[in-house]
Each structure stands twice: as structure tokens, then as C-alpha cells.
Design a protein around this ligand. Structure first.
Ligand SMILES: Nc1nc2c(ncn2[C@@H]2O[C@H](COP(=O)(O)OP(=O)(O)OP(=O)(O)O)[C@@H](O)[C@H]2O)c(=O)[nH]1
Ligand SMILES: [Mg+2]
Length: 442
């Protein structure tokens, strides 16, 4: 679905990364291209406007312009802003209570019944025991469809006697769940042709009667901006806790998927990617953006790093980084960790936009600079390690002499440390979830 957008964005960003230094005019050209790509992909125009303004503002900051690898930094900014755009609100899928109640709502044909089966299968794999509920009192065929799906997955389906109200169906299904020792109830409600008061009243009544932990709005991504309007209308009258975008596998341009969370303020929780019961993906904004921009596989990096870095330590480090308390002492510890990770050039090159740094890092290892770095840090006082800002010329000379290195070596390290601090801050700033956060989620 995102192919066209992906191609254009990649092309635009490639012209930036190809160049060492970029000017404000380069940024403007790139922003025009990005704006067009997004509009062509059918992203809501207001969303596009804000997005481009935010990216431009950061990209034009004096810190970036004219610097080497500036283009790559712009890529990073675009990446982070896209993640922020998609990652609105609390994306967790909540299953509290026994039984936990999940209600699926949405317009006719949006994919509720199909998605109910997909969700049931999804949570079975997490060790739960779902009960599917045909909560559509109007069409017996709807219950038949759900029963067929349930049978194929070996998941029981509850249906009440014809003519039972939705609220009563929901209540009865809770009793059925206890009887059948099922811990999760998934309500497949009736769809309507339009967002009307009767539909909203029904959803409100069901919510009051059985208090779902999740009221998920199922929207058809193929309907483009209409999907955004529908979601906004629902959100305005009933408490919707999350969105499920279906038919992402279709040939729509994907713009609704990119703007819907930002416009409605409701997090996307799942994507429907096909008609089969296994075609459901947990929504990870960072991964989708990675796919669209085709940049390095940060998650692979995280996995690799996790194999050697103890999670608790990583989290402690991350907290320090975020509070800018990361010191040279921590760097010393990190150096030792990094050496355990194997070829670091390879590792760092998996982070988008850091190819140049990967080469530098690998070269540093090859030249034995890690050991020299260690010696320099060991020659510092504790106070100096914690606050390199106090390292004036005479202190630096003393450290150089003490570690058997030269003044330029010390200067370089202090500068590298400052750069590293900046980089780590960027890395840990991915929606407030840094390396440890990303890793711990898996
Ligand atoms: N390609 C594709 N088709 C889907 C997806 N989700 C649902 N469909 C198809 O969309 C059609 C409608 O799906 P249903 O699950 O019946 O929709 P519904 O919301 O339950 O419809 P009503 O109960 O009539 O309101 C079916 O043909 C599904 O196979 C998806 O993610 N991808
Ligand atoms: Mg249905």
C-alpha cells in the first residue's frame, strides 16, 4: 500500500544523503518534495502542513546546516517525525478482567467479523481462551459467518436467540464465557451504513452494560480520507480506545493510515493485511516507518545489542542518557560492552544514517584506539569523568601526560564524547523508548 510513497520519499532523501553538506535551499527543495509525496499518498493536508513545518524547523537549525552528514540527519528527523505522527497515544492492547471484554465497532463491511476472528487467533497464541460473540441481532447471516470462522479456528462462538437486544447478547455472552471458562470475550457488533445516533446509542449501551477494556473501531483503509472522517465522527461521540485499519494490503495510497491517528488522537493498534485469519499485525509505528523509508533495521541492531547488554543495565544507562547524566565513567563501561558485541562497524551501520560513523568506529577499533581511550579516561579524576566541561587546557595536558598520549588525543576524545552524548540522546528519543525500551517490548 505504501509503495508509491515509499519510492518517492526514498528518492528525495537519497538526494540529501548523497551530499555531504546541505544548504537551506536544499532543505526547502526536499521539503517541497516531501510535501508532494505525502499529499499524493492522500495524507490529510493539514497533517502534511504541520509535519513539513516541524521537519523544516528542525532541519534548518544552525547545528545541522553546513555540517557533514547533514543530509543523514534530515533523514533521521523525517524518520522520527513520521514515527511521532503514527505513534499517537497508548498503543497497548489491554486485556484486563475475567473475562476481558473487547468490542469491535465500525461501519458496514469495514472488516469487523473478519477482524474478530483474527484477534481471537492472535490472543490464543498468547495463551488466552477467547469466546467470539455474534452481537448483531439484525442479520442471522452475520452470526453464521462468525460461526464458520470460529469453527475453522476451533474457537467457540456465542449466539443468543433471535431478537435478543445487543445489550442482552453482551450480558449473556459474559455468562457463557464463565460457563465455558473463556477468559476473553470478543464482541462482533453490527455495522451501519453511516455514523448515526442509533449506532452510537447502541455502542454506549453495550459499554455501560459490560465495560469493555477495549472498544476498537475497525476502519477500511481503502476508503481513504473517508476513513479519517468516519474515525473522527466515532471518536466524537463514543469512547474509542483504539483503531484497527483493515485492507492495508489493498491498492489505496495509504494516506488515511498515515493521518488517522494524528487527526483523531486515537492510537492505531492493529493492521489487517489480508482476508485470512492470520493476516493481522500488531501496529508498531517505528517498524512501519522503517519499511516506508527503507532505512537500516534498527530492531535488528537492538536484538543484537540485547544479546550482550544486560537489560537492566541498559535501562539504567538509558535513564542517565535521557537526563544527560551519562559520564565518561559510563563510557568506559560502554566501551567494554561494545567490544563484546563484535564487529562494531557492522553494528552501527544498521542505524539509519550512521554509515560514516560506522567506518570511523571500526577504524578506531582497528587502530587500538579503544585501549588508548580507556587509558585517557583512567587518567582523569572522578570529577573530570563526571563533568568533562571542566577540562581546561592544563587539565588536558596533565591527562595526556598521565596516559602516555598526546594533547590532540585527549581533545579528540572529549569531542567524541560530546558527539556520542548527542547521538545517544537522538537514539533514545524514539518516542521516548530507547534501545532498552524497544528491546524489552519484544
Ligand atoms: N484484503 C482484505 N480484505 C479484508 C480485510 N479485512 C476484511 N476483509 C474483507 O472485507 C469484507 C468485509 O469483511 P467483514 O469482516 O465481513 O466486514 P464486517 O465489518 O463484519 O461487515 P458487516 O458485518 O456487514 O458490517 C470481506 O470480504 C473480508 O474478507 C483485510 O485486511 N484485507
Ligand atoms: Mg460482520
Amino acid at each position: 500500500m505504501f509503495d508509491a510513497l515509499s519510492d518517492r520519499l526514498r528518492q528525495t532523501l537519497a538526494t540529501l544523503t548523497g551530499r555531504g553538506r546541505i544548504s537551506e535551499a536544499d532543505v526547502d527543495t526536499a521539503m517541497r518534495e516531501i510535501r508532494l509525496s505525502l499529499l499524493e499518498a492522500d495524507v490529510n493536508f493539514r497533517v502534511v502542513k504541520d509535519f513539513v513545518a516541524r521537519v523544516r524547523e528542525q532541519a534548518v537549525g544552525a547545528e545541522i546546516l553546513g555540517r557533514l552528514t547533514a543530509g543523514q540527519q534530515v533523514v533521521k528527523i523525517v524518520h522520527d517525525e513520521l514515527v511521532a505522527l503514527l505513534g499517537v497515544g497508548d498503543g497497548t492492547f489491554h486485556l484486563q478482567g475475567n473475562p476481558a471484554v473487547i468490542s469491535l465497532v465500525g461501519l458496514q463491511g469495514s472488516g469487523k467479523t473478519t477482524t474478530a476472528a483474527k484477534l481471537a487467533r492472535h490472543i490464543v497464541r498468547q495463551g488466552r481462551r477467547p469466546l467470539l460473540v455474534a452481537a448483531d441481532p439484525y442479520r442471522p447471516a452475520a452470526a453464521d459467518q462468525l460461526e464458520t470462522l470460529g469453527r475453522a479456528l476451533d474457537i467457540p462462538v456465542h449466539r443468543s436467540a433471535a431478537g435478543t437486544s445487543v445489550v442482552d447478547i453482551a450480558r449473556e455472552s459474559l455468562l457463557a464465557a464463565r460457563r465455558l471458562t473463556r477468559d476473553t470475550v470478543i464482541l462482533d457488533t453490527a455495522g451501519r451504513l453511516s455514523v448515526d445516533e442509533a449506532l452510537m446509542a447502541e455502542i454506549t449501551a453495550v459499554n455501560a452494560a459490560v465495560q469493555p477494556t477495549e472498544t476498537l473501531l475497525v476502519v477500511d483503509a481503502m476508503t481513504g480520507q473517508e476513513a479519517v472522517n468516519v474515525a473522527a465522527a466515532f471518536a466524537a461521540s463514543v469512547p474509542v480506545s483504539g483503531l484497527i485499519l483493515t485492507k492495508i494490503d489493498g491498492d489505496a495510497r495509504g494516506g488515511s493510515a498515515l493521518s488517522i491517528a494524528s487527526v483523531t488522537g486515537i492510537p492505531v493498534k492493529f493492521l489487517g493485511t489480508g482476508e485470512k485469519s492470520d493476516a493481522l499485525e500488531v501496529f508498531h509505528p517505528d517498524r512501519l516507518v522503517g519499511r516506508i523509508l527503507g532505512m537500516g533495521d534498527v530492531l535488528t541492531l537492538v536484538e543484537r545489542a540485547q544479546e550482550v547488554v544486560d537489560v537492566a543495565q541498559a535501562q539504567k544507562l538509558e535513564a542517565k542518557l535521557r537526563k544527560a547524566e551519562f559520564t565518561l565513567e559510563d563510557m568506559l563501561e560502554q566501551l567494554q560492552q561494545v567490544q563484546k558485541m563484535g564487529p562494531i562497524g557492522q553494528l552501527v551501520s544498521m542505524i539509519p544514517g550512521l554509515d560514516g560513523m560506522a567506518r570511523d568506529a571500526q577504524a578506531a577499533v582497528d587502530r587500538g584506539e579503544m585501549r588508548r581511550t580507556e587509558a585517557i579516561i583512567r587518567s582523569m579524576t572522578t570529577r573530570e569523568r563526571r563533568d568533562p566541561g571542566i577540562l581546561n587546557a592544563s587539565r588536558r595536558r596533565r591527562i595526556a601526560a598521565g596516559s602516555g598520549t598526546d594533547l590532540p588525543d585527549v581533545n579528540r576524545l572529549v569531542k567524541q564524547f560530546a558527539d556520542m552524548q548527542k547521538l545517544m540522546k537522538q537514539l533514545s528519543g524514539v518516542r521516548g523508548k530507547g534501545l532498552a525500551g524497544l528491546g524489552a517490548r519484544r
